[in-house]
Design a binder for this molecule. Structure first.
Ligand SMILES: [Zn+2]
Length: 214
């Protein structure tokens, strides 16, 4: 990589790719956000959105706090960027085209699609997201040929990946306060008034049976 005056290469003729030391310092901030998420009972993912060497958006997962399953770190950061564009009365499209997104975990399918629709050119991430990843792990939203669906984007992967995985492991070892309670079976008791229930059969029968109680 050549280190130009602004620190790197052109991507799609538009973006100056960050050099390794820039990546290190922005990702350090993203990891701080992920740690904050972990300390607050959220899935530890942190995200920074950097435009012209300035942080326009930062976020960490806030799904439990907001009780909204879409409040991923990227979504929280993205909202801040849009607020900034409105405040500056700038056309957001021109800003997104030069944005670099730093996130500690591979964006999920939803977030990868959002970044693609916004025409973000570059995403730097830590570890893979084996269950939901949209940049190659489950689907490859980042580079797939998807007509009329934004612009494909480049990924730089693996920065401090082990650390990012370690934080996820710590989180998933804890009890999630908003996880559904196991073994709550509302249909088990005999209903009154002849209502219809669905009863689970014994494992050998392996099926469901409709039963009336009258
Ligand atoms: Zn996501």
């Amino acid at each position: 990589m050549t280190a130009g005056s602004a620190g790197g290469d052109l991507i799609n003729g538009k973006l100056l790719q960050p050099c390794d030391s820039d990546i290190g310092s922005w990702m350090a901030k993203a990891f701080d956000l992920a740690k904050d998420a972990l300390e607050n009972g959220e899935v530890p993912v942190g995200c920074l959105m950097v435009y012209n060497n300035e942080v326009l958006g930062k976020g960490r997962n806030e799904v439990n706090e907001s009780k909204n399953a879409t409040r991923h770190a990227e979504m929280a950061a993205l909202d801040q960027v849009l607020d900034w564009c409105r405040a500056q009365q700038l056309d957001a499209a021109g800003v997104w085209e030069h944005m670099v997104v730093y996130v500690t975990v591979e964006p999920c399918v939803m977030c990868a699609a959002a970044l693609r629709l916004l025409h973000v050119p570059l995403v730097v991430f830590g570890c893979k997201n084996e269950r939901f990843g949209g940049c190659g792990s489950v689907l490859d939203i980042s580079t797939a040929d998807l007509p009329h669906t934004g612009t494909s984007f480049k990924c730089i992967r693996g920065h401090r990946a082990e650390e990012a995985v370690e934080m996820l492991k710590i989180f998933y070892k804890q009890e999630n306060p908003n996880a559904p309670k196991p073994n709550v079976r509302k249909c088990e008791a005999s209903p009154e008034g002849g209502s219809v229930v669905i009863q689970k059969q014994s494992p050998e029968e392996d099926g469901l049976k409709m039963a009336t109680s009258d």
